[in-house]
Design a protein around this ligand. Structure first.
Ligand code: NAP
Ligand code: GFB
Length: 321
């Protein structure tokens, strides 16, 4: 069956990675990568108009108000309301259009703050999320509840994936909005390229927080390949974690060192502990994924950081910053 796939949020970090992977594959399917210029999905009439235009059989739902720790901390109400509106409009309109399948996106940051480790898919609703991003977290958790309600109603396969932190080309580098990797890439590039009077070895790069929190990071192109596998071959409503191994977890300070290496930065790295750390860890198990897809190979973290830094330098003029 030839699919017509609507990718909401198709112009962002993950959407662009999907577009790159799809271009490398010979597919007869029709793909439509929608951004907010195609319609504001917080508005039901604009959501319906987009579905009328694309007439999708399948949907990969990425569109969301998205941001890093500091953006979440200061905007929990907006993260809650905008994402609730987007999710309800996109899922209900997919249901009304009789879409065969919808794959939505949760995040490993929505799990309970007080939890045992490693976290797995059964633990999504086992307690309140971390205070820093409760708005985003509850809106995302409700996608899982909505998916079950649609399945109960008529057997629709509306499912979701739970990625760990994602990074790669086409990320959002805007410092007040961004996640840690694009945020540090942007700030290190700025430090190196401004104030040319100071010798680079005398320059000091600041890591926000203690640098001690632990994170798992998935390269956007790896996630895109896994999401395409979910679209084709995963037909359960229950969510599936798409994350690198627990053993691939790194500290924020290690991430800063990797970025410094990619820039060949010769200065010092210090931590500003006056800034928030956010969640200390959110270690997720990818056992379910490894069981269903044992042959998948994740990209090397350092190489992916190098590629992302190179992309930012080469696309500095047009990058979101
Ligand atoms: P992103 O780069 O910020 O892209 C967000 C996308 O959503 C863009 O295409 C944006 O369109 C679109 N969008 C935002 N508000 C919209 C609206 N009101 N109407 C229509 N489109 C709208 O985000 P991302 O990092 O690719 O995230 C994709 C998905 O992965 C999200 O659901 C996010 O929650 C999830 N996720 C991300 C991470 C991460 O570390 N980045 C981790 C776990 C899960 P414009 O470009 O036109 O603004
Ligand atoms: O990616 P990030 O902003 O969000 O990472 P989370 C935050 C961690 O990186 C904190 C440190 O420990 C920060 O102190 N950090 C160091 C920085 N330098 C920087 C910097 O320049 N920018 C940023 N942003 N952090 C988010 C959730 O949590 O994870 C979102 O709030 C989302 O909802 C995302 O789900 C995937 O990983 O802490």
């Amino acid at each position: 069956m030839t699919k017509t796939v609507l990718v909401t949020g198709g112009t962002g970090l993950v959407g662009k990675a999907l577009e790159t992977v799809i271009k490398e594959r010979n597919t007869s399917d029709v793909w439509y990568f929608a951004g907010s210029k195609d319609g504001d999905l917080t508005v039901l009439t604009e959501t319906k108009a987009l579905y009328e235009k694309v007439k999708p059989t399948h949907v990969i739902h990425l569109a969301a108000m998205v941001g890093g720790l500091f953006y979440n901390m200061n905007n929990n109400l907006d993260f809650l309301r905008k994402n609730l509106q987007i999710n309800d409009n996109v899922l209900q309109t997919a249901f009304e259009h009789g879409c065969v399948k919808v794959v939505s996106c949760l995040s490993t940051c929505i799990f309970p703050d007080k939890t045992t480790y490693p976290i797995d898919e059964t633990m999504v609703h086992n307690g309140p999320p971390h205070d820093s991003n409760f708005g985003y977290s509850y809106a995302k958790r409700l996608i899982d509840v909505q998916n079950r309600a649609y399945f109960e109603k008529n057997g629709s396969v509306f499912t979701s994936v739970i990625p760990c932190n994602i990074f790669g080309p086409h990320d959002n580098f805007k410092p007040e909005v961004s996640h840690v990797i694009p945020g540090m890439i942007y700030r290190m590039h700025k430090l190196i390229n401004e104030d040319t009077a100071t010798k680079e070895e005398d320059k000091v790069f600041t890591v926000f927080g203690s640098g001690k929190p632990l994170r798992q990071f998935i390269y956007s192109l790896d996630l895109a390949k896994l999401m395409l596998w979910v679209l084709e071959d995963y037909d359960k409503v229950d969510p599936i974690i798409l994350s690198v191994d627990e053993s691939d977890e790194v500290t924020i300070l290690q991430v800063a060192a990797s970025i410094a290496k990619a820039f060949n930065f010769k200065g010092k790295i210090v931590c500003d502990t006056s800034k928030a750390d956010g969640q200390y860890k959110k270690t997720a198990s990818n056992k379910k994924l490894r069981t269903l897809k044992p042959d998948f190979k994740f990209s090397n973290f350092e190489e992916s950081i190098n590629t992302s830094v190179k992309w930012f330098i080469e696309n500095y003029e047009t990058a979101r910053k």
